[in-house]
Design a protein around this ligand. Structure first.
Ligand SMILES: CCCCC/C=C\C/C=C\C/C=C\C/C=C\CCCC(=O)SCCNC(=O)CCNC(=O)[C@H](O)C(C)(C)COP(=O)(O)OP(=O)(O)OC[C@H]1O[C@@H](n2cnc3c(N)ncnc32)[C@H](O)[C@@H]1OP(=O)(O)O
Ligand SMILES: Cc1cc2nc3c(=O)[nH]c(=O)nc-3n(C[C@H](O)[C@H](O)[C@H](O)COP(=O)(O)OP(=O)(O)OC[C@H]3O[C@@H](n4cnc5c(N)ncnc54)[C@H](O)[C@@H]3O)c2cc1C
Length: 672
């Protein structure tokens, strides 16, 4: 298999690591991609993106000013967007515009984020999910062809989480058959939307719909905000960029204020509800939250996005750890590679396993999502609450875990991991945002908790529950599980922990209401426990899904690949069992002896995986142009690249910086 042709000789330590690898790397790559044909397709698309050369920055993007950075990102986005439109979509098929493969090639162009990302990531999916067929025919081809560029403007300065509290109004005027969009307060400014500040000429806006004197709650509207020719904001629109932030530095997150801005009636996205010409409001949706569909879609895709980001960080940190040597173990012996330290393996091997766990879970979640969409097409919305609960907790936990694992990868690279040229700080700050956007961690776990409490009550009443909570049927009456030191035993114990925590929440709420509290207060007082219960449920789902999908997907694999995939999944189970020993002690009969045994086996497993560590990250098949890392390149020439990158610093353009003559010298001479 052709991967990453090295420009230089490969670092000898890294070369030796590759000789140690005892499984077929290409076979694992195919598993990750979802099949051999998918690998071939991915490589074809990557070749298109990478052969283009537009990704090459003469000056690293982080060394540019805010304006230059944005302008450079727009330049690259146009080249990239053109490639997506003219070449890549032909290969994936236009219906797969959100393919993770396209997302992956974007990283060859941007270390940070493209200002067009939200156009493809949220604007287009909203048109697909929220338009009538006539509206789709009107807007979608233009959006896919980049004739119009859109943003998703939902969050306001005063409200992100509580969508029902949004203040922007859309008031229908039947005489003119128009909606009037207005921002009545400071807190009603639209705030945060990616690409809105300078790039987009259209946006989807979430606003409170008023017609015939009545408010019907939040609905979506498509709004043209800039002239297509001059790009000037239209009269009645105030739009701009919200200012520098922790990451997302090459995109233009925006603010937007409406001053009685008029749009045609047809610009309300009317798939689930409409306003007739005379102002009559008609709701066709069978579920009240279908206008939140784009958020559910993105939460589903974020699980695979987290797998991709962890795999990047793990590749960088593991290749670096094979090259880096530090500290004499015994006098007069060479310093070991830092990858030989079990503490380093503990930080890093879980990252490889987690990337696999999230990838397999994301495929399973995607299939569940498609099945729910198919149900909804037939008018059945019964499966939506379970999908909402599932996508909420998996989004919350996958983004949160990804963030802490990526931080561990940075720690694992010592001082050099702090360099932007390592790319780890970019990956970290990008992923840090995912824990907040598209629904904050705590808020989404509380959504899952609502579903779990109801499910637990149904199990108590003897009702048969749906698949992801069916363990509540089995464990409703279980008190403490008899510890069973097998893989299935660990998974079962996580289901028992989840059931126990949910049961405890139900009990706390009941005790509190019994002592006179109203339900809302009892719920509020229990929310710390409810978040824990939803997290426990999510862990049970992740462990179970990873284990069963791994076994399915490796059924026809070679013995060596089966073995290493199995080892990774076992590592994942053991890691989480050891992380949650308190819960295991509370909800199962596990003893100190069992836990000591688990710890010993975990440490042995780290040692067993050690020879395959570099092979396992090579199997992610992340080309250097996508990794952008001085520490993680395929050739392992870490020190040469660090020096090369240092020379690119604009401060090295001249031997003496002018500030010496202006400030430092006068200070030295006492003339300041
Ligand atoms: C080149 C190719 C590119 C392809 C790109 C592909 C992928 C992209 C990958 C990565 C993306 C990259 C970059 C993206 C960058 C940035 C994107 C950021 C975009 C945003 O950041 S964009 C704003 C998102 N902003 C939120 O995320 C707000 C969170 N806040 C909420 O989401 C709600 O506000 C909530 C749920 C907290 C309360 O809402 P509420 O107050 O209205 O609801 P309420 O409490 O009344 O619940 C009544 C009943 O509805 C149920 N329910 C609620 N939601 C439901 C749903 N969605 N579906 C089904 N049921 C639902 C409840 O569970 C309950 O059910 P029950 O009654 O049975 O218990
Ligand atoms: C990089 C980035 C890009 C974004 N892009 C977009 C975009 O393109 N379009 C868009 O519309 N929005 C976008 N957003 C906004 C984003 O969706 C919101 O910031 C997010 O949903 C969180 O809402 P909030 O900011 O109102 O947080 P808040 O809800 O104010 O949260 C603050 C704290 O309060 C807690 N909290 C809030 N409510 C509850 C509750 N009910 N129970 C317990 N605790 C609670 C939270 O847990 C959190 O700790 C973006 C945000 C970021 C950071």
């Amino acid at each position: 298999m052709k991967i990453n042709k090295p420009k230089h000789d490969v670092n000898p330590d890294l070369a030796k690591e590759r000789l140690k690898c005892n499984f077929n790397i290409e076979e694992v790559t195919n598993i990750i991609d979802g099949g051999k044909d998918k690998t071939v397709q991915r490589k074809k698309i990557e070749d298109i993106a990478l052969n283009n050369g537009a990704s090459l920055d003469e000056v690293p993007e982080e060394c540019l000013s805010i304006k230059e950075r944005y302008e450079n990102a727009v330049r690259k986005s146009c080249v990239y967007g053109n490639l997506v439109r003219n070449e890549m979509l032909e290969i994936t098929g236009i219906e797969n515009f959100e393919s993770p493969v396209l997302r992956r090639t974007a990283d060859a162009f941007f270390k940070d984020i493209s200002p067009f990302m939200l156009h493809l990531g949220m604007f287009v999916p909203t048109l697909i999910g929220q338009c009538t067929p006539e509206q789709t025919a009107e807007w979608l081809p233009k959006a896919l062809d980049m004739q119009i560029i859109g943003a998703y403007a939902q969050t306001e300065l005063g409200h992100g989480t509580f969508i029902r509290g949004l203040e922007t109004t859309a008031t229908y005027n039947p005489e003119k058959e128009e909606f009037v969009l207005h921002s009545p307060t400071i807190t009603s400014y639209k705030w945060w939307a990616g690409g809105l500040g300078k790039t987009a000429n259209h946006c989807v806006v979430m606003a409170q719909l008023y017609t015939q004197g009545k408010c019907h709650g939040t609905h979506l509207f498509i709004v043209k905000i800039r002239d297509l020719d001059t790009h000037m904001p239209l009269p009645g629109i105030t739009v701009g960029e919200i200012g520098p932030r922790m990451g997302f530095s090459s995109a233009d997150n925006g603010f937007l204020r409406f001053d009685h801005f008029r749009i045609p009636r047809e610009n309300m996205l009317m798939k689930h509800a409409k306003v007739e010409k005379d102002g009559v409001y008609v709701k066709s949706a069978k579920h009240g939250k279908l206008t939140y569909g784009t958020m559910v879609f993105i939460r589903v895709t974020l699980v695979s996005e987290m797998s991709f980001n962890i795999s990047k960080a793990a590749t960088i940190a593991i290749r670096y750890s094979a090259v880096r040597r530090q500290t004499e173990l015994r006098p007069n012996e060479p310093e070991p590679q830092i990858l030989d330290y079990p503490t380093q393996q503990h930080k890093l091997f879980i990252c490889i396993a987690t990337a696999h766990a999230f990838q397999l879970t994301s495929c399973w979640l995607w299939n569940t999502f498609q099945a729910v969409l198919a149900d909804m097409k037939k008018g059945n919305v019964d499966t939506l609450p379970e999908l909402h609960a599932l996508s909420s907790c998996l989004k919350a936990v996958s983004t949160s875990d990804a963030l802490s694992h990526i931080e561990q990868c940075r720690f694992a690279c010592g001082g050099h991991g702090y360099m932007l040229s390592s790319n780890l700080p970019f990956i970290y700050s990008f992923v840090a945002a995912t824990r907040t956007y598209e629904g904050d961690y705590t808020v989404l776990l509380l959504q899952t908790a609502r579903f779990l409490v109801k499910a637990s009550e149904q199990a108590e009443a003897g009702k048969k529950l749906t698949q992801t909570v069916s363990y509540l049927n089995r464990t409703a009456n279980a008190d403490r599980l008899n510890w069973d030191n097998t893989h299935e035993g660990i998974i079962k114990s996580f289901q028992v922990i989840a059931a126990g925590k949910i049961g405890q929440c139900v009990k706390s709420i009941r005790d509190r209401t019994a002592s006179g509290m109203d339900y809302e207060d009892a719920w509020l007082m229990t929310t710390v426990q409810l978040v824990g219960a939803a997290e426990a449920h999510c862990r049970a789902v992740l462990l179970n899904t990873y284990w069963s999908e791994m076994r399915k997907i490796t059924e026809a694999s070679s013995a060596d690949v089966k073995k290493v995939m199995h080892q990774l999944a076992v590592l994942y189970l053991m890691y989480w069992a050891l992380e949650k020993t308190g819960d295991l002690l509370k909800y199962s009969s596990v003893s100190k002896k069992d836990l000591d045994e688990l710890q010993r086996r975990y440490e042995e497993l780290l040692a067993e995986l050690r020879p395959n560590a570099v092979g396992l990250v090579d199997a992610f098949d992340l080309r250097d142009e996508i990794l952008h890392s001085s520490l993680g390149s395929y050739d392992g020439r870490v020190y040469e690249r660090l020096i090369e990158e240092a020379h690119k610093s604009p401060l090295n353009d001249e031997p003496v910086n002018q500030s010496f003559h202006k400030y430092t010298k006068p200070l030295m001479l006492g003339k300041l």
